[in-house]
Design a protein around this ligand. Sequence first.
Ligand SMILES: [Zn+2]
Length: 171
Amino acid sequence: MKKKVFIIDTSAILSGKPIMITDAKIVTTPGVSDEFNPGGRDFRTFELLKETGLTIQIPSKEAINAVKQTAQQTGDDRRLSIADIEIVALALDINKNPDQEATILSDDYSIQNVASTLNIKYQGFLQKEITKKFKWVSRCPGCGKQFNEIKKICPICGTATKNSLSQKKNL
Ligand SMILES: [Zn+2]
């Protein structure tokens, strides 16, 4: 059986949805990594994902060019960022390995469309079959309250919260 490799994009990381890592490798690209700046709001979330197994891989130039070409054909080229193109290109590279099969986790329609054209598997991030291994928590730096779901603003005191991933203990 092929080893499953999940490629996650920025929207997947920011969605606050649980990410399935059971028996699978999770990767992303330098372009996605660049969207999480130190000191930025979601930097810690990204760091936590790296601590729990997310790795960063650089797609080949050849694959990037192939994705750009396909995106031009499908009309998605103007809607794809460099990070988006890298995500699809990385899937192409991974699928060249006979032991591995890439699945892109993204809710971005243009990424899904280009992936589909290139016969790359993808999964929308809002789908329910993604099992819960991590849960997202929000903490309010104002009043100190913790919420077991993502909240942008603390409903108690109105301060902007900080979100982070915490690993579920009993699996
Ligand atoms: Zn508060």
